[in-house]
Design a protein. Structure first.
Length: 435
């Protein structure tokens, strides 16, 4: 192979050129699977590849380019705008009139705004182009509905550690990789790279290349040990985008693990977020919400602890505040459960949004002026502190909502006491209404 080719990065040199060279995605590319059939039969239609980085989205586009009879254009959403889109679309329309189909591959299609995505739509509908988009973001949120409805979405999965290890072994024997050199890599080192890559083939091959370049050289041979790999990688690269879907996936995992009383899972998801660079104050705010939404009055101290954790994060920041968030996540995981407060608010919110805006009863209004007092503001109001049982025989809901129940306490933790207290109050009011 020529010198210029071998100077390319290892991931570029090892990019698969056929379906059989692709590792992983067997649910789409295995024998008889739909995507494999479409490629082999040159029958591709507009589609979107959705998956994390380094799993083969661009590779699949390259394989299609190599096997299709259509004209293939590689288009980047990062460097292209409306002007470039229109130029390509006009060219594609001309070639369509001459009987040639254009396959347009758009990398990172989620970076296009609505207007840019709309520019593709008429040409996809007319068949001027076959659009193949690649995205790391959920296309349900990032791709226009009209365009998405005309594309088949294929979900690509992160590669397993064994699949990554297979790629690494191939790179060591393939002439496009290190096959023409004497390179020995410990199996432990391969497994370490496979684990570090976190399902990303590009990261794995780049790490292998770095390890070989920094390996122990003797004569014309290179040896890569686990110690060599440790020197090349300072920490695991965690997939995370603080504005993307994975951000919401991880905070959802943390919330649901605590809700299911699983402190181990809660601490794991917390660590995933913090080590990937999440703002600890964001996590602390979510814990404050959880304290009221999922624990509530079953353990009123939960809210105190979460607010204290937020203050601790604000005072000292990362990495020291990780222990405060861990303490809080574990406490919330083990606390008794009640979502009665959340249910109460949502029920009241429904009435507030759907019922006619009921006026505040006159006896609950303050008589700030003489006129207000004359028309009945404050008339009939009874000051609870002046009553013997500190409860007044007085309705506080609008007439149309009298008898409506929003707060229905559970018998969990401290809320059992509130349940008993509420039952006493309701019985007291019932008895005094009879008089």
């Amino acid at each position: 192979m020529d010198r210029a080719y071998m100077q390319q990065p290892l991931p570029a040199r090892m990019r698969p050129e056929s379906i059989d060279e692709i590792v992983g995605q067997q649910h789409l590319l295995g024998p008889g699977k739909i995507l494999r059939r479409l490629i082999e039969q040159d029958a591709v239609s507009s589609m979107i590849f959705w998956g994390p980085p380094g799993v083969g989205k661009t590779t699949l586009a390259g394989v299609i380019a190599a096997q299709t009879k259509a004209r293939f254009i590689n288009f980047s959403a990062v460097t292209s705008g409306i002007k470039e889109i229109r130029a390509v679309m006009e060219e594609a329309e001309q070639t369509r009139l001459l009987g040639e189909t254009t396959i347009l591959f758009v990398d990172e299609i989620h970076r296009f705004n609505k207007a840019q995505q709309d520019a593709f739509l008429p040409f996809v509908e007319r068949g001027s182009i076959i659009l193949i988009g690649a995205t790391t973001e959920n296309p349900s949120f990032e791709v226009n509905g009209a365009l998405l409805s005309r594309c088949k979405v294929f979900v690509l999965k992160a590669l397993t550690e064994e699949e990554i290890a297979t790629l690494l072994r191939r790179a060591l024997t393939d002439p496009r990789g290190f096959g023409g050199q004497s390179v020995a890599v410990d199996e432990d080192a391969l497994q370490m790279i496979a684990s570090f890559a976190n399902g990303d083939a590009r990261t794995a091959l780049s790490t292998l290349e770095m390890a070989v370049l920094n390996g122990n050289m003797q004569d014309e041979s290179v040896t890569v040990t686990a110690e060599t790999v440790e020197q090349c990688v300072s920490r695991k690269s965690l997939l995370y985008d603080k504005k993307g879907e994975e951000h919401y996936n991880l905070i959802s995992a943390l919330h649901k693990s605590m809700r299911n009383s699983d402190p181990d899972a809660a601490v794991y998801w917390l660590a995933r977020m913090l080590e990937a660079g999440e703002d600890p104050l964001y996590i602390a705010r979510r814990l404050v919400r959880f304290a009221a939404e999922d624990v509530g009055l079953a353990d009123p101290r939960a809210l105190e602890l979460t607010v204290a954790a937020y203050q601790a994060c604000h005072f000292i920041g990362m990495p020291e505040c990780s222990v405060h968030l861990t303490e809080t996540a574990v406490y919330l995981s083990l606390a008794p459960r009640s979502n009665a407060l959340d249910r109460a608010y949502m029920a009241a919110r429904h009435d507030a949004m759907t019922q006619m805006a009921e006026p505040v009863p006159l006896h609950l209004r303050n008589a700030e002026t003489k006129l207000m007092k004359e028309v009945g503001y404050g008339k009939g109001y009874r000051y609870a502190h002046d009553e013997q049982d500190k409860i007044a025989d007085m309705d506080c809901l609008p007439d149309a909502l009298l008898g409506r129940v929003y707060y229905d306490p559970t018998d969990q933790g401290h809320e059992a006491r509130f349940k008993d207290r509420l039952a006493f109050i309701k019985q007291w009011k019932k008895e005094h209404r009879k008089r």
